[in-house]
Design a protein around this ligand. Sequence first.
Ligand code: NAD
Length: 255
Amino acid sequence: MIKIGVFGASGRVGKLLLEDIKTTPNMSVSTVYVRNELDFSIDPSILVTADMKSFLSACDVVIDFSLPEACETLLEQAIKTPKPLVIGTTGLSTHQLNLLKNASELMPILYATNMSLGIALLNKLVYQASAALEDFDIEIVEMHHKHKKDAPSGTALTLSESAARGRELDIEKVRISGRDGNIGARSKDEIAVMALRGGDIVGRHTVGFYNDGEFIELNHTATSRNTFSKGAIHAAKWLADKKPGLYPIADCLKL
Ligand code: NAD
């Protein structure tokens, strides 16, 4: 039985994780971390704690869907109490990403800005298309619900990195995230990543490859957040017995 610690349990994805783990064979939630009080009822056998050390000690694997600052606190404590970590939180700063890399020298960490199988495949396809269609302009559009805090989405940024890798470009030098005013013609290498927000959209990503006379658009739409919780549960099962290191989601999928 793998004991899971849920970090961010009262959030949109966290609540689904609690439900989905209940129906997962050989897995249970042993603890949830909360800052204040939990605003919903939970099985009394689960340790509800605001003490990070007790939280980490009470589980075999942590699944995190929280916020960047919260994820940072988790990583800082995990460096003192190493534990396999599945990190789904997006919008991490450079400092937080470096912390994550350092922590992965002490424990296995699977970090994925999107836990869905479809997006993992899309990243592969984008890499291939970017390399094959070298004269095509690449533009990425993402749409999410109105509550999403970070923009562009972590998934869109990962897709832009896959596109840049396909052309051996440095994404930091070619990514733009907006156009406004008399900015002149599009440059050949730029990769635009645009964010739209509204309603209850779970997540939609379009990567377009545009040339004179033809274009291809690769689309992925998440219709349910269970896609992410189930993907994270699959990742946690896979990660539980791995050696320290930083693993991408593709490693635990048969792609
Ligand atoms: P949410 O706002 O509904 O939930 C955030 C959770 O974090 C809440 O439980 C909140 O209590 C907790 N939290 C906030 N600050 C905290 C702190 N300082 N310490 C401890 N806990 C704290 O958000 P959500 O929609 O569930 O998304 C959570 C994160 O997961 C976001 O970064 C989102 O972009 C990301 N996300 C990732 C994927 C993926 O597949 N990787 C999919 C969906 C969402």
